[in-house]
Design a protein around this ligand. Structure first.
Ligand SMILES: Cc1cc2nc3c(=O)[nH]c(=O)nc-3n(C[C@H](O)[C@H](O)[C@H](O)COP(=O)(O)OP(=O)(O)OC[C@H]3O[C@@H](n4cnc5c(N)ncnc54)[C@H](O)[C@@H]3O)c2cc1C
Length: 299
C-alpha cells in the first residue's frame, strides 16, 4: 500500500471526522461533568470561610423552639454534611464581639437548596436570641462542617440514642440516616427526655419513623412533668439506671450508646465530656451498668 493512497482525501475525511467527533464528545463530556458537578455542588466543604446563608422560612414549634430553613449557596447544592455533623454559626454584636455557637441540622444531607435547624431559645442566650429574632430574608454566617461521628451502615447491630432537649438533633441525624438506608439494619432504641410534653422536639418526625420501622426502631419519651397533658402515655421522671438496665443490651462490641443533652443528663448517665475532642471518663448510670468508655459516644 503506497503512502499516497493512505493519505487520500477518502481517508483524511474519516480521520478528521473522528477527531472532530472526539473533540465534540470531549467538550460535551466536560460540559456534562461541569453541569453534573454544579448539580451536586456542596455549600460546605470544610474550609475556613464563613458563608452567609439567607433565612428562607421560620416556624415556631413550641413556646421556645423554632424550625428554621436557610437557603444554601446555590439552589442545586447539597449542604455537604454527612451524618453526624454540625456547623458553627457566627454573628457580630454591635460592640464588635464575635458570638460563635455550634448547631446540628435536622434536614436530610441529600436535600438540595436548603438546610434546616431546630433551635431552642435560652433566656439571655446570645446566639439563640439572635437566631430567634432573624426575619425571613436576613442572613446568618455558617462555617463547617465538623464531623462528630461518621456513621457507616450496619456499623453496630444495635444502638441506643439517649437524648435531652435540643440534644435530639445529632441523635435524629443518626435515626434518619439509618432508617432511610434500606441496607442499614441497625436496631435503634431512642430514649428522649424533656421537661414537659410540649418541649419534645420533632416528635412528629420521630413518631413517623418509629411507625414506619416498627421492627427496627423503639422510642421512649420521658418528661419531668406531664400535668399539662392528660393524655400523656410516656414515662414521667428522669431517665434512670433501673430503666436503662431493663431497656439496654448488656455491654458488647456490637452495641453502642450515643448520648447528647444538657450537662445534667451527661452527669447522671455517662459523665461529661472534658472538651470537644476529649470524651472524658465514663461514669454515672452506664458505668454502674458495666459499660466501658468504648461502648459510649458523647456528642
Ligand atoms: C455539638 C453541639 C450541637 C448543638 N446543636 C444544637 C441544635 O441543633 N439546636 C439547639 O437549639 N442547640 C444546639 N446546641 C446548643 C447551642 O450551641 C448553644 O449552646 C445554645 O443555643 C445556647 O447558646 P446561646 O448563645 O443562646 O446561650 P449562651 O449565651 O451561651 O448562654 C445563655 C444561658 O443559657 C444557658 N445555656 C446555654 N446552653 C445551654 C444548654 N445547651 N442547655 C441548658 N442551658 C444552656 C447558659 O447556662 C446560660 O445561662 C448544640 C451544642 C453543641 C455543643
Amino acid at each position: 500500500m503506497s503512502v499516497s493512497r493512505v493519505f487520500t482525501p477518502k481517508y483524511i475525511v474519516p480521520i478528521v471526522g473522528v477527531a472532530a467527533a472526539s473533540f465534540a464528545a470531549y467538550q460535551y463530556s466536560t460540559a456534562t461533568r461541569s453541569f453534573i458537578s454544579n448539580e451536586t455542588g456542596k455549600t460546605f466543604t470544610g474550609g475556613d470561610e464563613w458563608i452567609d446563608l439567607k433565612l428562607k422560612t421560620t416556624e415556631s414549634l413550641n413556646h421556645n423552639t423554632k424550625h428554621l430553613s436557610f437557603e444554601l449557596k446555590n439552589p442545586d447544592d447539597e449542604s455537604g454534611l454527612i451524618t453526624a455533623s454540625m456547623l458553627m454559626t457566627k454573628f457580630v454584636t454591635p460592640k464588635g464581639n464575635n458570638v460563635i455557637r455550634p448547631y446540628t441540622p435536622v434536614s436530610d444531607p441529600k436535600q438540595t437548596g436548603t438546610i434546616d435547624f431546630v433551635i431552642k431559645k435560652y433566656d439571655g442566650g446570645k446566639m439563640s436570641t439572635h437566631i430567634h429574632d432573624l426575619k425571613e430574608g436576613d442572613t446568618l454566617s455558617f462555617k463547617g462542617p465538623i464531623v462528630k461521628w461518621k456513621w457507616e451502615p450496619n456499623q453496630f447491630k444495635s444502638i441506643a440514642l439517649i437524648g435531652g432537649g435540643t440534644g435530639i438533633t445529632p441523635l435524629y441525624q443518626l435515626l434518619h440516616e439509618i432508617t432511610t438506608n434500606p441496607i442499614d439494619k441497625t436496631k435503634v432504641n431512642l430514649i428522649y427526655g424533656n421537661v414537659s410534653p410540649d418541649d419534645i422536639l420533632i416528635k412528629d418526625k420521630i413518631d413517623e419513623i418509629a411507625s414506619k420501622h416498627k421492627d427496627q426502631v423503639k422510642v421512649h419519651y420521658f418528661v419531668n412533668d406531664a400535668k399539662n397533658d392528660s393524655k400523656w402515655d410516656g414515662e414521667v421522671g428522669y431517665i434512670t439506671k433501673d430503666f436503662l438496665s431493663k431497656e439496654l443490651e448488656k455491654p458488647n462490641a456490637d452495641f453502642k450508646v450515643f448520648i447528647c443533652g444538657p450537662p445534667a443528663l451527661y452527669n447522671a448517665i455517662s459523665g461529661n465530656k472534658l472538651s470537644p475532642s476529649d470524651q472524658g471518663e465514663l461514669s454515672g448510670a452506664l458505668k454502674e451498668l458495666g459499660f466501658e468508655k468504648e461502648h459510649v459516644f458523647k456528642f
